[in-house]
Design a protein around this ligand. Structure first.
Ligand code: UD1
Length: 428
């Protein structure tokens, strides 16, 4: 397995282009199952999760064509053209679905288009129990019959899906994506109440509208979808990755220096930017251009509670914890979205961080400095936290299990390297 090596204690200076959002690209690719015409998606990040999903879509009947940016040296995204003239298989196998949770979301489009689907229960990052009850209850409300047998969800709607009012007891990104896609081809009106309103949901909704879907309430927690008989092809540009942008903003604050993020929309991660300001970073934010600087003064301990959008995202919790390890004072981080998302704590301790866990809270007592160490990535966002700690630590860090990073961060070594980080990969 590859390892990433970082020699830390260097300031980051430069410009980092932000890629298309993984969490938008995946549902957008899945939306291609809803039409027999071509869906063309640009600004697709270069990630293993994208490749894994493309493999699954190929199994289901999609032709996936990838075009790289004309300038090979650029960090621009790819363009994918996805065409699914007919669904060749309604079976999404364990071997693929267990690798990324989002592949489970094919359940909605398969059921809507073919009236039947057999989809393995999902896998993905080990950050909590992550049940799928909300997806299944929602589809049942739309008339689907569902059983779970031998690790697979078996769903059928012989007379087609019907519009329904679905109120979710908790906000779920994945259930909202799945039910939204299913509802576009259902008979009648579906209302999704207490829907997720993350920017990636809005991006999917906009693409579905471009494909001919009728959706009202985009960007709010009530989505009203009037089913249509068929959707058509469209072209769409994937929204910028607010989690990648937030990660590099935190990295810039961690090391001091002066970093400008291009292509990202500050409104999509304002909660993270305002916490960075509170911690002592200078943030100048304009659409498409965000500059983060920090003068020589020490960061200040700042408390954070993870929340659904527009609150502070759980996907930046680990990275922010890494930042707080060297802040002055004690900060409290409360994780409200996933019950087991503190796996990075024991790895951060290897750098000399002082963190104690109390249920859903982590107390971080800032230390003067971190030192490099061999560490292991436990999940996608946690691995970014290790990179951030390593960038500020004295000495060399070796990060093992970097396939987690490759799942979600497009060409991270190039982007950080261009800003002066000493970072390199050793291929296995
Ligand atoms: C998505 C994101 C992930 C992010 C998370 C929360 C993608 C590919 N992944 O994951 O990066 O951390 O949103 O912003 O976009 N839940 C249930 N029952 C369900 C579904 C969810 O109890 O049927 C719970 C989950 O266990 C969790 C909470 O709801 O505690 C939120 O999960 P959800 O929003 O569904 O996360 P994902 O869609 O898996």
């Amino acid at each position: 397995m590859d390892t990433i090596h970082i020699r830390g204690n260097r300031r980051l200076n430069g410009t980092i282009p932000i890629s298309g959002a993984k969490n938008a690209a995946l549902p957008l690719m899945i939306a291609a199952l809803l039409t027999d015409e071509t869906l063309t998606l640009s600004n697709i990040p270069r990630l293993t999760d994208v490749r894994t999903l493309a493999k699954l879509l190929g199994v289901l009947g999609s032709k996936v064509e990838r075009t790289e940016a004309a300038d090979a040296a650029s960090l621009d995204g790819d363009t994918l053209s996805l065409t699914t003239p007919e669904i060749l298989s309604t079976l999404a196998p364990y071997e693929i679905v267990s690798q990324i949770r989002a592949t489970f979301w094919v359940l909605g489009p398969l059921l809507a288009r073919c009236r039947t689907a057999k989809v393995s229960l999902p896998g993905g990052c080990a950050i909590g129990a992550r049940p799928v009850d909300l997806y299944l209850k929602g589809l049942q409300k739309m008339g689907a019959e569902i059983t779970v047998e031998e690790g697979y969800v078996l769903a059928s709607a012989p007379d087609g899906l019907k519009g329904a009012v679905i109120r979710s007891p908790i906000v779920s990104v994945g259930a909202t994506h799945t039910l939204l896609m299913a509802a576009t081809l259902a008979d009648g009106e579906t209302v999704l109440e207490n829907a997720a309103r993350e920017p990636e949901i809005t991006d999917l909704a906009r693409c579905l509208i471009a494909m001919g879907a009728k959706i009202e309430g985009v960007g709010t927690s009530t989505l009203r979808i009037t089913g249509v008989k068929r959707l058509h092809g469209a072209t769409h540009t994937v929204v910028a990755d607010r989690i990648e942008a937030g990660t590099y903003a935190i990295a810039a604050a961690m090391t001091g220096g002066d970093v400008t993020l291009t292509g990202a929309d500050p409104e999509t991660f304002e909660a993270a930017l305002s916490v960075l300001r509170a911690a002592g970073a200078n943030v100048e934010a304009a659409p498409g251009r965000i500059r983060i600087t920090r003068n020589g003064e020490r960061l200040q301990a700042t408390d954070v509670v993870t929340q659904v959008f527009p609150g502070f995202p759980t996907d930046l919790q680990a990275q922010f914890m890494a930042l707080m390890t060297i802040a002055e004072g004690e900060s409290e981080i409360t994780e409200t979205i996933f019950e087991n998302r503190f796996m990075h704590v024991q790895e951060l301790a290897r750098f000399g961080a002082n963190i104690s866990l109390h249920g859903d809270k982590a107390l971080i007592h800032g230390v003067e400095r971190l030192t490099g160490a061999p560490v292991m990535a436990s999940d996608l966002r946690a691995s970014a936290a290790l990179v951030i700690a390593a960038l500020a630590a004295e000495g060399e860090t070796t990060i093992n299990r970097v396939y987690h990073l490759d799942r979600g961060f497009d060409r991270m070594e190039e982007k950080l390297g261009a800003c002066g980080a000493e970072i390199w990969r050793v291929k296995a």
